[in-house]
Design a protein around this ligand. Structure first.
Ligand code: TRP
Length: 335
């Protein structure tokens, strides 16, 4: 009963990239045996930027199928869609009332996104990190596997948990981020100073988990490097550094080993091998994905069971929160 709890989520805002996989998804299945795991598809978060409704629906099922294809086991983990558990939005509201405007103003992801969508910045984009804190705190999560870019959001979740616990009484566990030292931030293949992102207008900047072999090969061949013509891992050769990080993450070889392996070889040979490693890694995932995505009934079963299990836990936390802030309990007969 005293297993620790893990929670994480991915937005269904487009096809997932190799960056999503290496930074987050690939780590998810590792926790399944020793932790109580909750993995959600955060559709409420996705609508903070413009979405086409039918694509959002499709992408949500795509992320679910990818979760399963990447090894999440519904008998071990609770896999669910965020909007199916209304407690997320409700706890977010309560947490909004103890969040300072200044804290949200300092969020770098908000600053980046509001620059990008400058004509249509909505209040949801501003309070996005509060909803994320609600996702985490509802399940009393101890550990949250995420990419490096989510560190600041995790800090907020911890801060809000501590603030609430101090203001009322012990209610929430204080979550810790789980961020790997290599691979937690995979960069664009075309501009290694920015994160690999599926919303990049340049398709060569990212590899999608569902890209076919030829596409992967071409994108790696086109990835920017430098003119030093010498394999090394440093901050002057950022493009190469990123490729070595990808190599290292997918093979569990240390970066020094990789540099050693390619000491007297050219970038071409390194890239050929890297492309092959990526293709070999994604091939079984893609095969499994194809089977799953065509079985809508099975997917529906998984997310239905997930919603019931998630709601049980979430409701338990939300009831305590409502009681502590002073709401009159809702009588059983109108539940
Ligand atoms: N903000 C996260 C991202 O963009 C997604 C997310 C939403 C999340 N809720 C979460 C991640 C809860 C971990 C835990 O990657």
């Amino acid at each position: 009963m005293d297993k620790k709890t893990v929670l994480s989520g991915i937005q269904p805002s487009g096809s997932l990239t190799l960056g999503n996989y290496i930074g987050a998804l690939r780590n998810f299945s590792d926790f399944q045996n020793e932790y109580e795991c909750y993995y959600c598809i955060v559709d409420l978060h996705a609508i903070t930027v413009p979405q086409v409704p039918k694509d959002l629906r499709k992408n949500t099922l795509e992320v679910l199928a990818l979760y399963l294809a990447c090894g999440l086991n519904p008998d071990k983990s609770t896999i669910f869609i965020q909007s199916h558990v209304h407690e997320h939005a409700e706890l977010a509201w309560v947490l909004n009332t103890i969040t300072y405007m200044g804290q949200l103003n300092r969020m770098t992801q908000y600053k980046d996104k509001s620059r990008k969508y400058n004509e249509s910045i909505n209040a949801g984009l501003f309070t996005y990190p509060v909803l994320m804190a609600a996702d985490i705190l509802l399940y009393q999560a101890d550990l949250v596997p995420v990419g490096e870019d989510q560190r600041q959001h995790l800090e907020l979740a911890r801060d809000l948990a501590i603030r609430f616990n101090n203001k009322y009484s012990d209610t929430f566990s204080i979550p810790e981020p789980f961020i790997r030292s290599t691979g937690s931030k995979i960069m664009s293949l075309q501009d290694p100073s920015i994160k690999m992102s599926k919303s990049d207008p340049d398709k060569n900047a990212y590899i999608l988990l569902l890209d076919d072999k030829d596409t992967i090969y071409k994108k790696i061949k086109r990835a920017v490097t430098d003119s030093e013509n010498h394999i090394d891992y440093n901050d002057r050769q950022l493009g190469l550094k990123n490729l070595i990080d990808i190599f290292s993450s997918l093979t569990d070889k240390r970066t020094e080993e990789i540099v050693e392996m390619y000491q007297n070889k050219g970038y071409g040979e390194f890239k050929d091998d890297l492309a092959e490693i990526i293709i070999d890694c994604l091939e079984p995932i893609q095969r499994r994905y194809k089977e799953l995505i065509s079985d809508k009934e099975y997917l529906e079963k998984i997310y239905s069971i997930g919603a019931i299990k998630a709601e049980r836990k979430a409701n338990n936390t939300l009831r305590k929160v409502y009681k502590k802030v002073g709401f009159v309990p809702k009588p059983d007969m109108i539940k």
